[in-house]
Design a protein around this ligand. Structure first.
Ligand SMILES: [Zn+2]
Length: 412
């Protein structure tokens, strides 16, 4: 069990505005902004700091809700994914003075489309985590950030008959890209998840060569973003490895081999599928009919520990009667977890090794080059239960549009 009192007493403090000068912007998502440490304090060396941003329609984060994130990561995500894939989170007290200066310092480095949300400057606690681009200090590293999205097609009896064929033919990602008018391309996440060398290579090839989906894959070398569309910068690449042949082919081979070698995509796919056995069409009907009865609580870690226990028992027993209200409530919670696993990203770090070493996390390519790798799953925050009606509406727009316009892509 997690004892917040003990942890709170050991938390370091980022207090003075001068300390903000040691942290440099490296990126941000919807909820968090991340800065990396460039100073000399051994407490923070090799670490990044994750600070929260303000969200419309969301109550201000309190100390409790921030610590909940840590509990959720340790007691739910880690249990489902496996400890090796989860980045430990260490709370740190952050003063308003520190956060205000940090907010000013990073502003000019932020992409314009993210600046509608600002750092919450009165958040009493933030987190520091290992800097995933510095896993092997003093060794060159290539980092792939991959957002694999949905790895399966639903096969639930709760899906309306008019949608069944479409949902079984085209995957959700391809239908959604089509609705969003993403330029036509040959990428399908089901290829990525297939564990079939030919299909994985095809998917990786499209992502690296055409890079139609910037949100799906980005690559950096020693922490510097590499451009995939223009010719890869020779100088940047040579800081990773001396290599005279085509860089793109080498990157493709590395990524393909790692994805085939490591079980992470298999783990993610089965979590997504098993936690979403009912499909949003069934989940929404449970939610609509019984939302008063359910009194769904999501900010208590014990609720989620129970949900995970029950989920694991269900997998062993197979059939549990879905018509019971209690089981429907369980399935709603499971669906929310599945949405986290459909939206997370993989940070895949790779470093050259002289020969294949004993660790299971290493690969050797057909050209004889060996690499060691490490994979972490990031962006695993709990999704809001209030989004269920939105997810249902979105699902229906996606499928309706594909049916109405006779979108005929087949995903396998
Ligand atoms: Zn597809």
């Amino acid at each position: 069990m997690f004892h917040s009192q003990v942890v709170v007493s050991m938390i370091p403090l980022l207090n003075k505005s001068e300390e903000a000068e040691n942290w440099v912007y490296i990126g941000e998502g919807n909820i968090n902004l991340v800065v990396a440490y460039r100073g000399d304090d051994p407490t923070y060396k090799g670490k990044v700091l994750r600070v929260i941003k303000n969200c419309k329609n969301k109550k201000l984060s309190t100390q409790d809700s921030i610590l909940f994130k840590k509990q959720f990561s340790e007691n739910v995500i880690q249990l489902l994914l496996g400890e090796e894939y989860v980045v430990p989170m260490f709370p740190v007290h952050t003063s308003t003075e520190f956060l205000q200066t940090l907010a000013v310092n990073v502003e000019s480095h932020r992409p314009a489309f993210r600046t509608d949300k600002q750092i919450v400057v009165n958040s009493p606690t933030s987190f520091f985590l290992d800097d995933l681009t510095q896993i092997w200090p003093n060794s060159p590293a290539m980092t792939f950030e991959l957002k694999p999205k949905w790895g399966f097609k639903p096969d639930s009896s709760f899906i309306d008959m008019s949608n069944t064929i479409k949902k079984r033919t085209t995957c959700r990602f391809c239908m959604h890209s089509y609705l969003r008018r993403v330029p036509k391309n040959n990428f399908c996440p089901l290829d990525l998840y297939s564990m079939d060398p030919v299909r994985v290579q095809k998917a990786v090839n499209v992502l690296l060569k055409e890079n139609p989906l910037k949100k799906t894959l980005s690559v950096s070398i020693n922490g510097k973003k590499a451009s995939l569309t223009s010719e890869m910068d020779q100088q940047l690449f040579s800081t990773f490895i001396e290599y005279n042949d085509d860089h793109n082919t080498l990157m493709r081979d590395i990524l393909e081999r790692v994805l085939l070698h490591d079980p992470i995509l298999k783990i993610l796919k089965s979590l997504q599928m098993n936690l979403d056995e009912i499909d949003i069409e069934g989940i929404y009907s449970f939610f609509q009919r019984n939302s008063d009865y359910f009194k769904l609580v999501t900010d208590d870690i014990n609720t989620w520990i129970d949900v995970v226990n029950r989920y694991q028992q269900r997998l062993e027993m197979k059939n549990s009667p879905i018509n019971e209200l209690d089981e429907q409530k369980q399935r709603i919670y499971e669906y929310i977890l599945s949405m986290t696993f459909k939206d997370c990203s993989l940070m895949i770090n790779v470093t050259p090794t002289v020969k294949e070493n004993n660790t299971s996390k290493s690969i050797t390519l057909s050209n004889g080059l060996s690499f060691q790798y490490d994979i972490k799953v990031i962006d695993t925050d709990l999704k809001s239960i209030d989004k269920i009606p939105f997810w249902f509406e979105l699902d229906q727009s996606i499928v309706r549009h594909a049916i109405d316009t006779e979108f005929d892509k087949e995903c396998y």
